[in-house]
Design a protein around this ligand. Structure first.
Ligand code: IFM
Length: 437
């Protein structure tokens, strides 16, 4: 059951979220290749050897997708623009791309919801990846130029702008764990990316503010890290993962410096003189975006830093094997307010679950329960004083789930990848009933 709409303030935002590469279709509209296209070209990197070249064909079908947002009763739409579409070579603007996003934003507004822009949800132009991508300090200036180009075209009509989505994924998951493009497993590359992604955020915020942009923020992901058992090694491993995942980015953005536990392992690999960048990184922001999905258990591991192995947990799981733990959302929201952002507005910019389609593609009772439990967890954080202003479900549509390909289905709306037919699921109807109350 979803909660009663009236349990949230009237001006609380209920939205849905998507990202460009996962839905648009990167082969249309003269987009340049991104590092996801080049990563997907290596067999085995994507579960089904798929890629985002067609995805949900949102590039052509966006009017019906926006209708689904309006008809679902949502008051906001969080979408991203693709850097590789806007700047196919990383620096030169593709006018067709800006025209596309211009039409999209007008289309959202015509239907009523407020558009919320994320500038980077992972489509690094391959040309910049070839120059070292996030390992190369020059990325910060390139990124600021890209954000400014987008802002100049659609910034007058968006309700908010986020620089980056999930820097942990951009840096650690992609350069140390190797699961996402560019698929590296290299501590030096990871440390540089961990720093440069933040430098890019700070540089872009300064450029955007200089250009008159308002309501700027960043979207960070948080994942509970618990010890798998009572051993000192497991406790230590969970603490270290928490520092890398849940503290590194928010502390730097809020001017609190990098957490020592993570610095102990990463500092030797950071670019020289990194300390001088910290002030520029800690630009004032107007809101914080929080993505929350799950928790992970860690056991002591042998070998090189950071010793610690993720192990299977006992809680009910989603299609992707992620534990379902709604109270983690309350915990993160209250912790963020207490330790980092105070009364700064917070938006839950992503929360959702993947669930395989059954014989009835519209039946998703576990998803409805998941959403209801997480909305109640969010409400609890508000009762504890957190300045939470909105909740965006991930995702409007089933879509390309990165290295997992098209298997996991996160959507409120089912997508048939053969016909591109969209079919709202019971969860979409449940939201609609709630939001129409
Ligand atoms: O699909 C992703 C999204 O791109 C970023 N946040 C997590 C989602 C689910 O894995």
């Amino acid at each position: 059951m979803l909660p009663d709409r009236k349990t949230f303030p009237p001006d609380f935002t209920f939205g849905v979220a998507t990202s460009a590469y996962q839905i648009e279709g990167s082969s249309h509209g003269e987009a340049g290749p991104s590092h996801w296209d080049t990563f997907a070209a290596t067999p085995g990197n994507i579960a089904d050897n798929g890629n985002g070249s067609l995805a949900c064909d949102h590039y052509h079908l966006w009017p019906q997708d926006l209708d689904l947002i309006r008809d679902g009763g949502f008051s906001a739409y969080r979408f991203s623009t693709s850097w590789a579409r806007v700047m196919p070579d990383g620096v030169t603007v593709n006018p067709q791309a800006l025209d596309f996003y211009d039409r999209l934003v007008d289309g959202v507004l015509e239907r009523g919801p407020a558009p919320h822009l994320t500038c980077y949800h992972w489509e690094l132009p391959a040309a910049l990846s070839d120059l070292g991508g996030w390992q190369n300090r020059d990325i910060a200036g390139h990124f600021a130029d890209y954000c400014t180009a987008i802002h100049r075209r659609i910034g007058d009509r968006v309700a908010s702008t986020a620089t980056l989505n999930e820097p942990w994924c951009i840096a650690w998951l992609s350069h140390f764990l190797g699961h996402h493009a560019p698929g590296l497993r290299d501590i030096r590359a990871a440390a540089r990316a961990m720093h440069h992604v933040l430098l890019a955020h700070g540089t872009a915020i300064q450029a955007l503010r200089g250009d008159g942009a308002r309501n700027l923020g960043i979207v960070l992901n948080f994942e509970t890290a618990h010890p798998a058992n009572d051993s000192p090694g497991a406790i230590q491993a969970a603490k270290l993962q928490d520092a890398i995942y849940n503290q590194w980015f928010i502390r730097a953005v809020m001017g609190q410096g990098y957490p020592q536990a993570a610095l102990d392992g990463l500092e030797p690999h950071l670019p020289q003189g990194w300390q001088a960048d910290m002030e520029g990184i800690a630009q004032p922001i107007d809101w914080l975006g929080v993505n929350y999905y799950t928790r992970r258990l860690y056991a002591a591991g042998a070998g090189l830093w950071p010793q610690g192995d993720a192990v299977d947990g006992p809680l009910p799981k989603t299609q992707m094997g992620w534990e379902i733990r709604p109270e983690g959302l309350t915990e993160f929201l209250t912790r963020l307010a207490r330790d980092h952002v105070g009364s700064l507005p917070i938006l839950v910019t992503e929360n959702g679950m993947s669930e395989a389609a059954g014989p009835d593609i519209t039946a998703d009772p576990r998803r409805i329960a998941f959403i209801g439990d997480h909305l109640r967890a969010a409400r609890e954080a508000m009762d504890e004083g957190v300045n939470l202003r909105g909740f965006f479900y991930w995702s409007l549509l089933d879509n390309f789930e990165w290295g997992w390909g098209y298997g996991p289905r996160f959507g409120l709306v089912h997508v048939d990848y053969q016909t591109m037919a969209r079919t709202p699921k019971a969860s979409w109807h449940a939201f609609r009933a709630m939001l129409r109350e």
